[in-house]
Design a protein around this ligand. Structure first.
Ligand code: FAD
Length: 390
């Protein structure tokens, strides 16, 4: 990427996957970056993440291809099973399908992914931990930290997640995320335990992602960390959980919530010692991501949180970062900033809105109650599987 003729001082709020990707891309474009994070240490939760070719392609382009391959597991296929008996209803040879995108599909531990992005960005940015942003003047533009310090820059990027404070500044009013009706349990099982059980061994041995679809619930399972851990994400109707990345759930309640899933799932859940649980929220697409003064923009979950049912939340945040970095690598006069930010919005908003909608649609498809619609879904999936295997 070429360096911008004009160097901006860009203040980014939030050191999640989106904020880090933005820091990397904007630093690559030649800008001075200060990244503010409220947490005292950087990191991510103990869980897996699916990283699709639209993102692995970018990471390869950014020179992180080898490091990425070293921390990833590459699934060869995806299978969907009926929740109650494990019968296979869908199967896709994934590795070959992904080849058309020119980049692999990967499964990664979130902490490893976060570190990879941090290592890319760190040499060229200033990261300020323990720095909660409590005020933002969109005109100057400047941020005020909880310590009382005010920091002025040329541009502010709100990558501060689903409860975004910066979004409130951009819109001029509070616009809380909406419950989707679902919550997620997450757990990592040591693969060594699964390998001891002949019923569970194939889930580790076969480089395959497995989904179990049931009424109002589904489970996705896949290996991470060179197959040393098996990641489970268990989606179910929300029963009063909190919206938090770090809230502990009850492993016993988790087992009870999935008690009617097939015996192999029961065996896996019996191996779970602790689980994280959080309420899944999203929101309708925003009308704008840019403050009218043209000096504040949003990115990632701050503007387009979505159900994880297409595994595209972080992917969309990283795409946002790539587009923003690219556009701002051309700026030669400050008067171009506002039109470039609106160009960013017009390139990104329709795509992320469509992804939010299709993630919601998958909620319906995956969670059909047993009955005619579910039978029609499974029939269609089986037909596609037979064509795939023929
Ligand atoms: P966040 O990760 O929320 O980061 C925001 C950061 O801002 C945080 O570090 C926070 O501490 C900081 N912050 C907030 N307010 C302030 C403030 N005032 N001052 C300073 N700092 C502040 N996506 C995928 O692409 N693939 C998947 O497989 C996938 N699976 C998922 C599974 C589940 C169960 C869930 C819930 C989500 C999943 N996602 C997935 C979505 C993905 O995790 C999110 O979209 C992504 O992490 C959002 O990143 P972000 O940087 O925008 O926000």
């Amino acid at each position: 990427m070429s360096k911008a003729p004009l160097q901006l001082h860009i203040l980014i709020v939030g050191c999640g996957l989106g904020g880090l990707a933005a820091a990397h891309c904007l630093a690559q474009a030649g800008h001075k970056i200060t990244l503010f994070e409220s947490a005292a240490a950087i990191g991510e939760v103990g869980a897996g993440i699916q990283v699709s070719p639209n993102i692995t392609r970018l990471l390869i382009r950014w020179g992180a291809g080898e490091k990425l391959a070293a921390i990833a597991v590459r699934p060869q296929s995806i299978v969907f099973r009926r929740y109650s008996n494990g019968e296979r209803v869908a199967y896709t040879r994934w590795a070959e399908k992904m080849d058309v995108f020119g980049a692999p599909y990967y499964h990664i531990h979130r902490a490893d992914f976060h570190k990879l992005l941090y290592d890319l960005a760190a040499p060229r940015i200033e990261l300020r931990l323990n720095s909660t942003v409590v005020g933002c003047d969109p005109e100057t533009p400047s941020l005020t930290l909880a310590s009382g310090e005010t920091v002025k820059g040329d541009l502010i990027i709100g990558a501060d997640g689903i409860k975004s404070y910066i979004q409130r500044v951009v819109l001029g009013h509070v616009n809380p995320a909406q419950p989707t009706g679902d919550a997620a349990y997450r757990a990592l099982i040591p693969s060594s335990l699964m390998l001891k059980d002949p019923d569970l061994k194939p889930f580790v041995d076969t480089p395959e992602m497995t989904g179990w679809m049931g009424p109002g619930r589904h489970i996705m399972g896949y290996s991470v960390r060179a197959k040393r851990e098996y990641n489970l994400v268990m989606l179910h109707p929300d029963d009063g959980s909190v919206e938090s990345w770090t809230a502990e759930g009850s492993a016993d309640k988790m087992r009870a919530d999935f008690a009617d899933f097939e015996p192999r799932v029961q065996k896996m859940l019996a191996l779970v010692k602790s689980t994280l649980k959080w309420r899944l929220m999203d929101r309708q697409p925003l009308k704008t991501w840019i403050h009218p003064a043209g000096r504040v923009a949003l990115l990632g979950d701050a503007c387009h949180p979505m159900l994880p049912y297409r595994a595209q939340g972080a992917a969309m945040a990283i795409e946002d970062a790539a587009v923003l970095g690219n556009l701002l690598s051309h700026i030669s006069h400050i008067s171009q900033l506002k039109p470039l930010l609106y160009a960013y919005e017009s390139l990104r908003l329709p795509r992320t809105a469509a992804t939010q909608a299709s993630s919601r649609l998958n909620q319906k498809i995956f969670h059909l109650p047993d009955g005619p619609e579910q039978e029609a879904r499974d029939f269609q999936m089986r037909q596609a599987m037979e064509a795939e295997l023929a």
